[in-house]
Each structure stands twice: as C-alpha cells, then as structure tokens.
Design a protein around this ligand. Structure first.
Ligand SMILES: [Zn+2]
Length: 222
C-alpha cells in the first residue's frame, strides 16, 4: 500500500479515531479503572466518560500515545514510515511533518518501544551478556551473530546511542529484519501495539515505579 492510498483511508482525525477505537476496544469500550463497559461520549473534547466511576478516558490515554498532543494522523504517518522498512530518522520525520526535532525523536522512541514490545523475549535478549552466556551453545552462537548484526546496524544508522536505550534500537533491527518482506503486517503489528491499553502507566505516561520495600527499622550499628 502506498502512502497516498494509506492516507486516503484516513482523510481526517475522526476516521483515524474511529479506526483506532475499533483496534483498542474491539468489543466495545472498557473503562481502564473499573472495567465498566457503558460510557458516554463528551464530544467537545473527544473523551469517553465511564458511567460507573466517572473516569474520563481519551482514546490515547494509557497507551503508548499517552498524553500525546500530536494529531493522530501524524502517528499514522510515522507508523507507516517505520513499517515500510525505509530508514526513518528523527530529523527527516521532523522535516516532513514540520515538527521540532525533539518531538519527532520522542515519537520515534515511542514507536521503538512498540517494536521492543513485539520483539523482545527471553530467547532474544541478546544484548545482555549474562543471559546470553546462560543459553545453549547453538542458541548462544545465533544470538551472538544477531547481536553483532544489530550492533552494526545501530552504529551505521544512529551512531552513538545511550546504553540504556540500546535494547530498543536492537529490537528495531530485529523488527525490521523480521518484517522486511511484509510491510502491511508490520504496520498492523505496530498499530495494534501502540493503541493497546497499558495498565501500568502513571499519569505522565511513564511506568509506575515498582513498589518499594517496606521500611524496616535500620539496625543501629556502632
Ligand atoms: Zn470506570
């Protein structure tokens, strides 16, 4: 599918919204807080209000697009671009959509996070040296090979990447190489993953901090 045809399917925000609604809630709206399925729509703000607990949910809240201010069509363009298999740098995406570099970079990092969700698994966390060496030799060899390829890919296209972010970039390599022959399937995977409800998000779109250990009285050492 060409980008023209793709965008013709989404001429305005409302079609985008309807489509993503059917992906996020295929059996009808479900309240993220209490699981109630009856809701009312607040049309002026495009928000759904749960009848039971009065929580207001927008289409993008509690998903990877949490608190996004971008039009949904921008997201669709970015998803399409990444899924098409072409290189997509934040600078080029920013220039195309007339976004600031940092906004475009954040957008791409969110999409990269979706790719990480899709591709990461215990068999493939090959960036972790300890986990790698715990594998069977044949698996380890395959993982090492893939790791080297992924590293070359990241160095070539992105240069230096902060260490904590590297797994996401490696997963991007894996996602791209797995879906190189099937861009439409890749697009579907990405769309589904970006608008799935994540129940562990805090109100700022980060993940909730893991529960701290209960404070135990510190033994006074002399
Ligand atoms: Zn509710």
């Amino acid at each position: 599918m060409s980008i023209r045809k793709f965008l013709a399917c989404f001429p305005d925000e409302q079609t985008c919204r309807n489509y993503l609604f059917s992906i996020r809630w295929p059996r009808g709206f479900i309240c993220t807080k209490c699981g109630e399925m009856r809701y009312s729509v607040i049309k002026t703000r495009n928000v759904y209000e749960c009848i039971n607990c009065k929580t207001q949910t927008s289409l993008t809240s509690n998903t990877l697009m949490h608190r996004t201010k971008l039009p949904l069509r921008y997201w669709m363009v970015a998803l399409y671009w990444v899924a098409s298999g072409r290189r997509c740098s934040a600078r080029r995406l920013g220039n195309t959509l007339k976004l600031q570099y940092r906004t475009a970079r954040r957008l791409l990092n969110k999409i990269r996070y979706a790719m990480y969700n899709i591709e990461s698994g215990p068999l493939f966390d090959f960036w972790d040296r300890q986990k790698r060496s715990a594998q069977q030799p044949i698996v380890r060899r395959a993982m090492l090979l893939m790791f080297r390829r992924a590293r070359t890919f990241v160095r070539k296209h992105y240069g230096r990447v902060p260490k904590w972010r590297r797994p996401y970039y490696y997963c991007e390599y894996r996602f791209r190489s797995n879906n190189v022959h099937n861009p439409s399937q890749a697009l579907m995977k990405l769309i589904i993953n970006t608008c799935t409800t994540i129940y562990t998000l805090n109100e700022y779109g980060g993940f909730r901090e893991p529960r701290r250990k209960p404070l135990s009285p510190e033994p006074l050492s002399a």
